[in-house]
Ligand binder design. Structure first.
Ligand code: DC
Length: 213
């Protein structure tokens, strides 16, 4: 997988600050930023539109099979589009999506589809891609892996400040315990503790770590 050398992977739990860090690192390095959480959120939004129960894995599988996510690049960042509709931040971060996304993301067929879509994005050029399994599963051969962590208290207060009702402890539990591609620190990743540093300091730490890797 030689293309993986052009992907900087950034993984970490919900509200660890990895999205803000990844977006700024991509800007600094002139790379395209890919938020894979938004791909799982888009799939969740579309599955919920069908009215099925997100706990029903069989129904999720059937609904997901007909959903295609496009990822056009706008302002250096991939958008998520379904049937020509670019999903808004409000749609991607709605309460129903927050509640259901980890249930949808644990269905094997959903993961296989989205992992294949994510690997295909290397055609866009050098990437910074963030998520839960990017360094461990999607691009395990990348030499540029970062894992962003923060304490549970700091993460809960950050998400609260964003105004979202988000059960991050429950999402973390599901994301870490699922059988397929659980959230782990990828082999070879540099771990950054983002609990008590500024965004700028976190970005500097990532850039410094990438130079050493
Ligand atoms: O990064 P986020 O919190 O927006 O991600 C939303 C959910 O999507 C997360 O709870 C688990 C899932 N996800 C995943 O399973 N794998 C990824 N690479 C990214 C997100």
């Amino acid at each position: 997988m030689s293309e993986s050398h052009s992907v900087i992977t950034i993984d970490g739990p919900a509200a660890s600050g990895k999205s803000s860090i990844a977006r700024l690192v991509a800007q600094r390095l002139g790379r395209t930023y890919v938020n894979t959480g938004n791909m799982y959120r888009a799939m969740t939004w579309a599955v919920l539109q069908t009215g099925i129960d997100p706990q029903d894995a069989e129904a999720v599988r059937a609904a997901a099979a007909g959903i295609v996510i496009d990822s056009p690049v706008v302002d250096g960042k991939t958008q998520v589009c379904i049937a020509g509709h670019a999903l808004t931040d409000a749609e991607l971060n709605s309460d129903p999506v927050n509640r259901a996304v980890s249930l949808i993301a644990r269905v094997n067929e959903v993961r296989e589809r989205l992992v294949a879509d994510q690997r295909a994005l290397v055609a866009l050029g050098p990437l910074v891609m963030e998520g839960r399994d990017i360094g461990s599963v999607v691009f395990p051969d990348s030499p540029h892996k970062i894992y962003v962590d923060a304490s549970a208290e700091v993460r809960a207060s950050r998400r609260g400040a964003q105004g979202h009702a988000d059960q991050i402890a429950e999402r973390d539990r599901l994301d870490k315990q699922r059988k397929n591609s659980p959230l782990v620190i990828p082999a070879g990743a540099t771990v950054i503790d983002n609990s008590h540093i500024t965004l700028d300091q976190a970005v500097e730490q990532v850039i410094a770590a990438l130079r050493l890797q």
